[in-house]
Design a protein around this ligand. Structure first.
Ligand code: G6Q
Length: 545
């Protein structure tokens, strides 16, 4: 365990603290006025993604100090250790090797003395063969009908990535097939997803690393019953269920032949798994070639992160800017607004990636941190978001740095819509940075009584992320950009970004409450008075007591 000097005692941290005092009063208007080339200088590019970070409250010195902080925290060494397959997930004693899921065939990365790359490619090959057979109709349901519906059953990391990627890549998907996602144990999720579907044409992909997760196993059992009751034979499971898991034994116990199981490994964290076999539903939707393009995009960003100097390294810069606002400006939250409706689940995906990874209160030495860690991440697609919550970002009292993500070419043929969309994205970044002064408003004829209400102070920071178009490859690069951005933050905060102990307690307590809700006889309750009263009310209203 790491029990070296505390982050706040490092030289770079102290220097950043002093530097913050120097520049926190300087506005983006001033910074742009002082340096007319700023918009071209504070930019970086890699793996097909362009980042304009000039509208941030930084100077060249800020960047130098942030990079110094990253170096003092050992970012480069820790990054290299991750890529080598060292067990950097200390609390679970595991390697963190999602980057191995996208290395080209022939590369070599060893974990516990075994080269994992051939295993990775063997799974991709099996997935590809299966996906081709389902997509071209060689894999049939038990009555001989083609598979028209694919339902992914999984939750958390086994759901958010697949759903996000399916929606993002829908323009490249097999339109003759329906793709649905069941995650919540709320029965409404299953009922709605299967509404109107013919079980004889439906394939369930049960995605669960552990194959023990309450929600997923409950939904999987419900799915089996739905199928078997309708088709009248238990053997139907063989052609209508496949599993994605690391737990062959549990898959077999459930009744799925492990020949129809696609594996992955304990060195792939749930929220880092959309490019593993957990992406099977994505591959079924977009086909193996597009899926491999997506993997190539991930890999291109991995290579950028691994090799580009920190000063021009996209994930490192974004991660360090997050630290700058989170720890020096006291920003509690960050917005992510994709100007692409296909990316509507991207903010939800990033919420898990960032908040589960970096929502930690002890450092790697097990000591409570005396600084803020992961910010709250949230967002919705622009332009919709402009008509709901942007007001607070422009004129509210909280500082909310935002990432605005857009593309130069649309996937839709309606190109004139796209110019309107992107004009809005550029305009929002401009308005947030520069605002509108009282003098400007008066000059435009604003009535005096309205002027104070119309002033926009500006000075609201944004990153503008621009790529050519939302292809599978771009999606891979974009996700890897955020994965490594989150990694960078975690290294600076000296936390384990790859565990999630905080989610355990609630699961254990729910296990205790389940029989108290469903048992026939009134239970003896030993909770606090609030929980006891809620359970009693629930049972009473359901007519159980
Ligand atoms: C992700 C988490 C978590 C996990 C789900 C589903 O990093 O570990 O979100 O993905 O709890 O777990 P299973 O895949 O094991 O069902």
């Amino acid at each position: 365990m790491n029990d070296g000097p505390r982050l706040t005692e490092t030289q770079a941290w102290q220097a950043l603290k002093a530097h913050y005092e120097e520049i926190s009063g300087t506005s983006l208007r001033q910074l742009f006025a002082e340096d007319p080339t700023r918009g071209e200088r504070f930019c970086a590019e890699g793996a097909g993604i362009f980042l304009d970070y000039s509208k941030n409250r930084i100077t060249a010195k800020t960047l130098i100090l942030l990079v110094q902080l990253a170096r003092e925290c050992g970012l480069e060494a820790r990054r290299d250790a991750m890529f080598r397959g060292e067990k950097i997930n200390l609390t679970e004693n595991r390697a963190v090797l999602h980057t191995a899921l996208r290395v080209p065939r022939g590369a070599s990365i060893s974990v516990d003395g075994r080269d994992v790359v051939p295993d990775v490619h063997a799974v991709i090959d099996r997935m590809s063969d299966f996906a081709d057979r389902v997509r071209d109709g060689r894999w049939l349901g038990c009555t001989g009908k083609r598979i028209k519906n694919v339902i992914n059953i999984g939750i958390g990391g086994s759901y958010l990535g697949p759903e996000m990627a399916y929606l993002a890549l829908r323009p490249s998907s097999q339109r003759a097939m329906n793709f649905r996602f069941v995650s919540n144990v709320d029965g409404a999720d299953f009922t709605e997803a299967t509404q109107g579907l013919d079980p004889a044409e439906t394939l369930f992909v049960i995605s669960s690393k552990t194959f023990t997760t309450l929600e997923t196993m409950t939904n999987a059992r419900t799915a089996r019953k739905w199928l078997v009751d309708s088709l009248g034979r238990e053997e139907a499971v063989a052609s209508h269920f496949v599993a994605v898991s690391t737990n062959g034994e549990k898959v077999r116990e459930f009744g799925i032949d492990t020949a129809n199981m696609f594996g992955f490994w304990d060195w792939v964290g749930g929220r880092y798994s959309m490019d593993s076999a957990i992406g099977l539903s994505t591959m079924l939707a977009v086909g193996p070639e597009n899926f491999k393009e997506m993997l190539a995009g991930f890999h291109a960003m991995d290579e950028h992160f691994r090799t580009a100097p920190l000063e021009s390294n996209l994930p490192a810069i974004m991660g360090l800017l997050t630290v700058w606002y989170n720890n020096f400006f006291g920003a509690q939250t960050m917005g992510v607004m994709p100007y692409a409706s296909c990316l509507k689940r991207f903010p939800a995906y990033l919420q898990q990636l960032q908040m589960e990874s970096n929502g930690k209160h002890v450092d790697l030495g097990g000591r409570f941190v005396d600084y803020e860690t992961g910010p709250i991440i949230w967002g919705e697609p622009g332009t919709d978001a402009q008509h709901s919550f942007y007001q607070l970002i422009h004129q509210g009292t909280k500082l909310i740095p935002c990432d605005l993500i857009g593309f130069c070419r649309p996937l839709s043929p309606l190109d004139h819509h796209h110019d309107l969309l992107m004009a809005n994205m550029f305009a929002q970044a401009e308005a947030l940075a520069f605002g509108k002064t009282a003098a400007e408003l008066t000059g435009e004829g604003s009535p005096d009584f309205q002027t104070p209400f119309r002033i926009c102070e500006g000075n609201r920071p944004t990153n503008v992320i621009l790529a050519e178009s939302l292809t599978p490859k771009t999606l891979g690069s974009l996700v890897a950009l955020y994965e490594h951005n989150v990694f960078t933050q975690g290294i600076v905060w000296n936390i384990d970004s790859f565990d999630q102990w905080g989610v355990e307690l609630g699961k254990v307590l729910a296990g205790r409450i389940i029989p108290e809700l469903s048992g026939a006889a009134a239970p003896q309750l030993g909770h606090d008075s609030s929980t006891n009263a809620l359970i009693r009310r629930y049972r009473r209203l359901k007519g159980r007591d």
